[in-house]
Write a protein that binds this ligand. Structure first.
Ligand SMILES: [Cu+2]
Ligand SMILES: [Zn+2]
Length: 201
């Protein structure tokens, strides 16, 4: 079957740099400027929320640390995915079930696979702790009791999401129909709906 040329782009990230935490993240963007669909499969996490970001560099030479800070091409503060004031890389949290597995889909309006917001060649990081979405700043600016602050000085830069548990670089991929991803989770044979053709770059 001949696919019509369109601007659909796809990418994949294999999470590694960790003994326990593994995962695969797939990205599909139907056209330039369209939201990006992100299917996230991770296992080996502690149950609960984990900060989930795109970091600036695709450099994992020193593990996840060398990936730098959050991908922030427009010089904004850290925030949540729905905020206007956010890093492009701010994808919020993923939530692991009691089995330590994340299996979810995120649709993000800023993350792109081309142009200034492109995350190709950058690093996805999953963190040990929840991302506070930039809201951990104390309401009372001067607070003498440490117990009443509830805020952290890195809330507006990192979301106070703690250690980098696992990471991987986002690379250009061939298009895999979503049905195939779903079917592959069931370990049944996957019948491709159409021939894989690399997107024209
Ligand atoms: Cu991060
Ligand atoms: Zn951020």
């Amino acid at each position: 079957m001949q696919m019509q040329h369109n601007a659909k782009r796809t990418a994949v990230c294999v999470l590694g740099n960790s003994q326990q935490v593994k995962g695969t993240i797939r990205f599909v963007q139907e056209a330039d400027g369209a939201p990006t669909k992100i299917s996230v499969q991770i296992n080996g996490l502690a149950p609960g929320k984990h900060g989930f970001h795109v970091h600036q560099f695709g450099d994992n030479t020193n593990g996840c640390v060398s990936a730098g800070g959050h991908f922030n091409p427009h010089n904004k503060n850290h925030g949540g995915p729905e905020d206007d004031d956010r890093h492009v890389g701010d994808l919020g949290n993923v939530i692991a079930g009691s089995d330590g597995v994340v299996n979810t889909e995120i649709v993000d309006r800023l993350v792109s696979l081309a142009g200034p917001n492109s995350i190709i060649g950058r690093t996805i990081v999953v963190h040990a702790d929840p991302d506070d979405l930039g809201r951990g700043i104390p309401i009372i600016p001067v607070c003498l009791l440490t117990c009443c602050t509830g805020g952290f000085d890195d809330s507006r830069t990192t979301g106070h999401a703690g250690a980098r548990l696992a990471c991987g670089v986002v690379g250009i991929s061939q298009y895999v129909p979503f049905l195939c991803i779903v079917v592959s989770l069931t370990n049944l044979p996957c019948f491709r709906l159409e021939e894989q053709k690399p997107a024209k770059l």
